[in-house]
Design a binder for this molecule. Structure first.
Ligand code: PLP
Length: 465
């Protein structure tokens, strides 16, 4: 193996990798001509040719434009069909347009979309979420970002404290408080070399510690200026990082000790089960936030909390006939259409049986990928959790965000993604996450295993030359 590269785990030389990439780029361009033409035309009316920035970040010089997404298949406007293991970065975790969700949505859309008044479906979702996640009181927002923002506001008001503690290299949406990361000199900064958020007083709003670092957590919480800790139960946005044994118990204990609320963001880790990671591992957060997949991809998010917090909210903010006492807004939030989609998805799509299928699929995929790594003696590691797994270009599982990010090799990563895409397979951009839906078949999983096998066989062969 060649080891004097940007990463010792690249397997091939830079030159070999760029030759492979040129071959795959050529194939990509040949089969996506209409996407290219559409992208060129889009420059006239969309910034950088896409309706939102991330849509241009697939590692190719232009994105493919999608015509239909159904179950776990995407079809682009050139009629290429892909097996989808990205699943809208969890938004379509139960497959695209699940039958039950699509049916209720088409019915509800003719019976009222938004009214400013509650529908009885909201009682059912509150009850269902309480049963699953173990918190009794729920509120609805439009996106997970928004749910996190509202919970942060509540925590600040209840504690009178300004700061939010988040985990280095985590992501919870575009929140000023949780975008800062620990820079090379230990100072808080944004993750890129330029500041995307100038003027935001990072040190005044945020504290950041590494995942699994209990000592740092206690040191920072001891300042007693953090209203809340906002954390995913496993990190899913910088590769995948699992908690050390006892980490969550300690996190809970320290939050209680220092009077800081604990918010667990289950937006991605809902893939760990019917009641998310919280239910599966018996966590005891004060708040849970969750979005993306709970309404089958229709934009809805929720946040849940304890009865004590509910009582404190009413005492502190007061229900005095003042509209919107917490400053929590969103005219379209909790609209009848979205709530109906969530109820039907929770009751008929995100069932315990669906999760069983998803877990079995993940194990099949992970076993297959581990076997390939062994077969070619490739020093990479695979993290598995619930319905998702993540291939990392490092020999051991990452311990925290910095450790995971240190081993990111963007050129290698995007080469493997375009290789798979040219063979009809899509995985998540920005890292190597693969998610299994209940409609993903064993044959689909075997196709992905074969895709990686062919890709890695070639890399391993070239690396030996
Ligand atoms: C863990 C987590 N929380 C919250 C969000 C924000 O979700 P949304 O962009 O749907 O608001 C994301 C987005 O990727 C996420 O990964």
């Amino acid at each position: 193996m060649i080891t004097d590269k940007k990463t010792p785990y690249r397997l091939v030389s830079d030159e070999q990798l760029s030759q492979l990439r040129a071959r795959e780029d050529k194939l990509f361009v040949e089969r996506t001509r209409k996407s290219k033409e559409t992208f060129d035309n889009a420059q006239e009316m969309l910034l950088n040719g896409v309706p939102m920035p991330w849509m241009g970040d697939w590692g190719t010089s232009y994105p493919v434009f999608i015509s239909t997404a159904y179950k776990n298949r995407l079809t682009d406007i050139d009629d290429n069909v892909y097996i989808d293991f990205c699943l809208g970065d969890t938004g379509a975790m139960f497959g695209h347009s699940p039958e039950a969700t699509a049916n209720i949505v088409s019915k509800q859309v003719r019976q009222g979309i938004t009214t400013m008044m509650p529908s009885t479906d909201s009682l059912e979702i509150g009850k269902e979420l309480g049963k699953r996640f173990g918190l009794p009181l729920w509120q609805v927002a439009m996106t997970a970002t928004e749910a996190n923002r509202y919970v942060i506001r509540i925590c600040r008001t209840l504690t009178g404290r300004p700061k939010v503690l988040s985990i280095n290299e985590s992501y919870h949406g575009s929140l000023d408080e949780t975008l800062p990361h620990i820079g090379p000199k230990g100072k808080l900064e944004l993750r890129s070399e330029y500041d995307m958020n100038p003027g935001v007083p990072k040190e005044a709003l945020s504290r950041v510690v590494e995942f699994n670092d209990i000592e740092a957590l206690e040191r920072e919480l001891a300042h007693k200026d953090c209203a809340c800790v906002l954390a995913e139960p496993i990190m899913t946005n910088c590769g995948m990082v699992l908690p050390d044994a006892g980490y969550h118990e300690k996190l809970r204990e320290l939050c209680t000790k220092y009077g800081t609320y604990l918010i667990i963001d289950e937006t991605h880790t809902f893939s760990n089960g019917y009641g998310g990671y919280t239910k599966a591992y018996g966590l005891k957060p004060d708040f849970i936030t969750l979005g993306k997949s709970i309404a089958g991809g229709i934009p809805v998010a929720v946040y849940g909390f304890t009865k004590e917090i509910g009582a404190s909210i009413n005492e502190t903010f007061g229900r005095k006939g003042v509209s919107d006492p917490m400053g929590i807004s969103g005219t379209l939030s909790a609209n009848a259409f979205a709530i109906a989609a969530m109820r039907e998805t929770l009751q008929k799509v995100a069932t315990p049986e669906a999760f069983e299928k998803m877990f079995a699929g993940q194990e099949r995929l992970s076993d297959g990928l581990d076997a390939i790594l062994s077969k070619y003696n490739i020093p990479w590691s695979l993290t598995r959790s619930g319905a998702r797994c993540e291939l990392q270009f490092m020999p051991t599982l990452p311990k925290n965000g910095t450790n995971a990010k240190d081993h990111f090799d963007w050129e290698l990563m995007y080469y493997t993604h375009i290789y798979l895409s040219n063979r009809g397979i899509v995985i998540t951009p920005f890292h190597n996450m693969m998610l299994i839906s209940p409609v993903t078949s064993d044959e689909d999983i075997d196709c992905l295993i074969k895709g990686w096998d062919d890709c890695l066989a070639e890399l391993a062969e070239l690396g030996r030359k």
